[in-house]
Write a protein that binds this ligand. Sequence first.
Ligand code: SAM
Ligand code: SF4
Length: 324
Amino acid sequence: MLQDNFGREFHYLRLSITDVCNFRCNYCLPDGYEGKPDQAFLSLDEIRRVCAAFAAAGTRKIRITGGEPSVRKDLPTIIRTVKATPGIEKVAITTNGYRLPELIDEWADAGLDALNLSIDSLDPGVFQSITGHSRLHELLDGLDRAISLGIPSIKVNAVMLRGLNDNQVKPFRDWLRNKPITLRFIELMQTGDNGKFFDEHHVAGEKLRLWLLDNGWSQALRSVDAGPAQEFYHPDYQGRIGLIMPYSKDFCVTCNRLRMDSTGKLHLCLFSDTGIDVRPLLKSDDQRDELIEFLSSQLLDKKPSHFLEDGQSGGTRHLAMIGG
Ligand code: SAM
Ligand code: SF4
């Protein structure tokens, strides 16, 4: 098992397969994608080798992310490849839901275990003003299709934004009455590019936590391997509500994840100063043990916290660079 100096164990990898994105979320890529879409993202063979090494070192869950992962035409093959890796028990994806109704069947067929869909508002106008994308109905149809296909875990992510969607908590809550999903409100994080936006729109999750507790929601017990979300349930609602509060005390104590960006750089934290290039160790299957040894040695440099509360966001200009 990959472990750091603080006793944290890493059994979850977030693997970015592209940094290209077709949305313009105002907190992430307000001017749209400005990189070089032709840069060499990890090939299928390289992805297979990453998965094999992490799995052999104890990783059990891999989340495919981006940029927007669905812009890669070979995504279904990637899902199938990750799923076929001995030791990997769960393949997840985080997506903006573009063309989801057309794509979800193929992903399910390839073995997808968990879908996280980003929906920052249920109001089409507000959704468009945040994401630059007008077809909210497409995401909602895709979500319903995912539920009907029986994908085991379905979550919706909404970044809370002061003055933009923070008045939408009640419509979101009402929507959960008959939706068997978990809706996670994510606190906006400051990145290199969004400092001014952050100052204007960051809203602390604590207020929402207290509101939930005052309104009949109970906090679920955390399992040992739970992620960073605090989850709440209510007897009258089929859906659950999660809160991800990266600025809360001790947020990093339960960190269980590592990140690989789309060009093969390992990120020990979402807000590390730089990524560590492992691509030279992805050239052949024979390098697996060397790669595992390298990963283990790098982990000893993992810091105890992200230091976001001190306004530090490392080398991360926006989360599309690494995958969130
Ligand atoms: N494009 C996909 C999507 O949006 O779901 C996957 C990549 S995106 C970077 C992953 C998640 O990070 C999304 O749920 C997005 O809303 C969230 N995110 C992006 N920038 C953020 C920020 N500055 N603070 C908090 N969450 C952010
Ligand atoms: Fe694209 Fe996701 Fe960033 Fe929105 S949050 S711009 S969908 S990468």
